[in-house]
Design a protein around this ligand. Sequence first.
Ligand SMILES: [Zn+2]
Length: 665
Amino acid sequence: MEGARPGIEPEGVERAVERLTARHEGQAERIRRGVEQAAARWWPEDGDVEAFVAFCEESFVAGPEEIAAAFRRLEALLEQIDGRIHEIRREVLTPIDVDTGEVSALDRLFADLDLAPHIDEDLFKTKVAFLALLNFPVHTLAERLEQGDGWDRATWARSRMMDRFAVRVPAAVAQEVTRASQAAEHYISGYNIRLDRLLGEQGERLFPEGLRLISHWGLRDELASHYVTPGGLARQQIIQKVMERIVRQEIPAAVIDNPALLWNPFTNEVRAAEEGAATPAGAGAREPDTRYAHLLGYFRAARQYDPYSPEAPTLVARRFERDRQMTVEEVEALLVSVLESQEVKDLGALIQERLGRPLEPFDLWYAGFKSRGSHSEELLDRTVRERFPTLEAFQAALPGTLEALGFSPERARWLASHIQVDPARGAGHALPALRREDKTHLRTRVPRGGMSYQGYNVALHELGHNVEEVFSLNGIDHWWLSGIPNNAFTEAMAFTFQHRDLELLGLQEPGGEAWHAEALGTLWNTYEISGVSLVDLRVWQWMYAHPDATPAALREAVLEIAREVWNRWFTPVFGVRDSELLAIYSHMIAYGLYLPDYAIGHVIAFQVACHLTPETFGAEIERMTRQGHVTPGVWMHGAVGGPVSADALLGASREALEAFTKVPV
Ligand SMILES: [Zn+2]
């Protein structure tokens, strides 16, 4: 399959173009583009060259009114089709996602029922997709950036519509991508480290019996928690050593998730945990680059997909230009603007002063700026429990909650009428509607006895998603423009709600010290994740430049890239060279190029938050979200009058740095 070029041969394309240009004057450019778009996705099973040419002749739409009518029909029907398929999917998943009692064997079987891929296939089989491809341009991001400023909303909607038909992938290729990503996900989700079996530099055991944590999330969070524990430094250093052994693949394969072995990550020695038992032969053998073999497997599957996505022919292009709607250059410049900022250098100095020692690489995860406020967990829980004793109480209070956030009574009622609250099995999530007749769902947990503060905090985050979803679906002019530019924007909107949790409980005034702590905590986080994101990006660029690399060669490349990024942007702040810690993120192995969304999200959240005041919150959220799914640049200009930029985060951090250095904490 690799390297295959799908589609109609150039002679067939020329023939169709000639026939159409002979019949329709003055449309040569439109005709060529449409025919080429359809030809690139036409497979033998769709018919021979004759059939292709005949289809083009029959299906080309020439007059502006007929084009507008075709667009309206596609918009109305796809809203119903995608919307109803989404509702069916929600129904079959309800027993899994919503607390409806015991999950039956039948429920589990139904959960695998997903009709969406069949709809995509059938849109091509019925040739609906080909009619769209023949008559409407599939735009690249470059074209949108170049021409988008002059487009009206209908042109934007037509452009967005064609994203739906831009990719046609054979089922076998799609399955291979799923298989490779699931294999990588399975690998990282089983990668547990027995901290209770680690030996310190003097052979001592530092962690309690039973402590088993997943790499990298669990290791990182455990490390961050030890800033406040006596003797925490030794634990942080040993976790850092474990991470280094993982990225270098020097970790003995046998110690992964194995309570029977003791491991000293400093010397790399392994021995049996049971007193007097013999150490099994080969127990010290290193993990044989499995980490990098999975990443290569994911890359090779993505490459098979490339020929079927002609406007975004690499995974890098798909993640950045198609999903994020930002160029690699734009995102890199944004990350570097944080990495090279004076604020990061000053913040590093402040953290060093607070720690009273030189920074070590693991201080990437310094967590001293989390502001939990002065209220006890007990008071917070009690306040929330009294307000929301049941799920029904939370649903009934929605209009009031929205009014307290700053929406007008009329808007609050309208929003609440589109939001359905369900009892979640997990921590909670928001599930959008895709059809305007449907409702968006807020899934949250209210245990017997009432909602907890933690649950309320998460529910407000989800409510932010719901409000954005209602405005950008039910309050939008064109269905194809429903939504928001990318994931990072969705999260940014949700955080603006979540951050007002204490204020809504009447326990905190907006602004002040909590806001300063928030700015500095976010800046340090953004600094770290910007470095990690650049490593992720460069590794993918390296794989595309070296498609036949072995896992060992990839390992060396990853380590070199991690050291380069570290030495350039972290050594000036940390004073340490050649750390490889930035390569530890599991996302890099199984969720190719997802990481930059976190950095972009932090930046956008501050841009939006700095623009909002309690007085304007409701009206401004509505105005921003009703712009819908345009490019991030166009959206941000409309929202705050400027491009996506780290200036708001850096400005808030500058103020916070001044406040913190004036009043020692
Ligand atoms: Zn979220």
